[in-house]
Design a protein around this ligand. Structure first.
Ligand code: PLP
Length: 391
């Protein structure tokens, strides 16, 4: 069908059916694929003929997931990785070489920070962090060696936003590659390729799965860049398993519905908590009090599923709040049907230096709430009773 909308594509794009004409796509749990004869094997390896070869290279379940992700992110081609970090490493590793410089937003995810700070320098790849709240400084941080800009918007967990329209212009002016980690927004809330992003990547572990079952990562973009990433990833091995691709492709069928409901619940929770005496601050992109509210309204369709709370009284008070919760889970994932709380300073971002955390708004009292799909009345009641018993 031509001109499908996103909800339709996420459901109807399907790997080729087998002779059984199954309605729901089967799981192609196989390491390799057979050839008709020796000549066909030669022709497929020589890329004279198309065909599946080996599941580290590709697999019908992985191909189906990528077809849907390319459709949703308006991209030509993609590669699926075993995890989000696999996607970030595979993408940057494929496109950068010794001597190259990366300009990254300073509020990147903790493991991305480790990759830039403690892994890439040993291959001569350097980086500089730019402050999302000071766009006027970014241009001066670009050097002749700068090859790529890497950002998250909204960031994890600081919820810092970056103006994608402005960044698209900057990257065009200096002929740089723009790579956007769209994990928090998902294609439901924002489409970075509309603003000139070259590559969009995801930790599919989060909202794409949406039920906390499997890890996965996806990078999509133009054919010629994905060809380089595919070459790098095929020969270094971080490919997604067929099983995870099958789960994730099924999950995409409900992505739109889930993300809309996550956003609705998150906004209601944020509104219910603003002014709560146990809190210093409630951060949510679609709250008018959010410092980048206008930008959020400009480039996001809804505010996302993450609310962060700054509990009065620092780490001890944040710990008491978390321990008082009766329903929300204490775990480091996000984007799940279940409401999850995480204390970034002592868990996901504990390896950062104190001043690095402070620079991205990760205070000792900050608690990240990934708002789930339970009844919003129950979520609000759980968080409120836990706050009441903090002091
Ligand atoms: N990017 C962002 C924004 C994340 O939040 C995460 C994980 O939390 C990752 C990347 C890494 O993804 P994964 O855990 O699937 O490797």
């Amino acid at each position: 069908m031509e001109n499908m909308e996103n909800e339709t594509g996420a459901i109807r794009l399907q790997a080729q059916r087998s002779q059984y004409r199954e309605h729901s796509v089967p799981l192609y749990l196989t390491s390799s694929f057979m050839f008709e004869d020796a000549e066909q094997a030669r022709a497929v390896f020589a890329e004279e003929e198309q065909g599946q070869v080996y599941s580290r290279y590709g697999n019908p379940n992985v191909d189906e997931l990528l077809q849907k992700m390319c459709f949703l992110e308006k991209a030509e081609d993609g590669f699926a990785f075993a995890s989000g970090m696999g996607a970030i490493f595979g993408t940057l590793g494929a496109l950068l070489q010794s001597g190259d410089h990366v300009l990254a937003c300073r509020s990147v995810f903790g493991s991305t920070h480790q990759l830039l700070t403690n892994v890439f320098p040993k291959w001569g790849i350097t980086h500089t962090y730019a402050d999302a709240s000071k766009p006027e400084e970014w241009e001066s941080l670009i050097t002749p060696a700068t090859k790529l800009i890497l950002i998250e918007t909204p960031s994890n967990p600081g919820l810092e936003l970056i103006d994608l329209e402005w960044l698209g212009e900057l990257k065009r002016k200096y002929n740089l590659l723009l790579v956007v980690d769209n994990c928090f927004a998902t294609p439901v809330l924002q489409t970075p390729t509309d603003f000139g992003a070259d590559l969009v990547l995801h930790s599919a572990t989060k909202y794409i799965d949406g039920q906390g079952r499997v890890l996965g990562g996806v990078t999509v973009g133009p054919k010629e860049l994905i060809a380089k990433i595919r070459f790098f990833a095929r020969h270094t091995g971080p490919a997604m398993s067929p099983f995870n691709a099958w789960v994730l492709s099924k999950s995409l069928e409900t992505l739109q519905l889930r993300v809309e409901k996550h956003c609705e619940n998150a906004l209601k929770l944020a509104e219910a908590l603003e002014g709560n005496p146990a809190l210093e601050k409630v951060n949510y992109p679609f709250l008018p009090s959010f410092p980048q509210y206008d930008l959020a309204r400009k480039q996001m369709r809804q505010g996302g599923g993450i609310v962060t709370l700054e509990v009065k009284g620092g780490y001890d008070a944040a710990k008491r709040f978390i321990d008082n919760l009766q329903m929300a889970s204490i775990t480091s994932n996000l984007g799940d049907t279940r409401t999850i709380v995480t204390h970034p300073a002592s868990t996901t971002h504990s390896k950062l230096k104190e001043e690095e955390r402070a620079a991205t708004g990760i205070t000792p009292g900050l608690v990240r709430v990934s708002v789930g799909l339970e009844s919003i009345n129950d979520i609000i009641a759980d968080v409120k009773q836990a706050l009441e018993r903090v002091s």
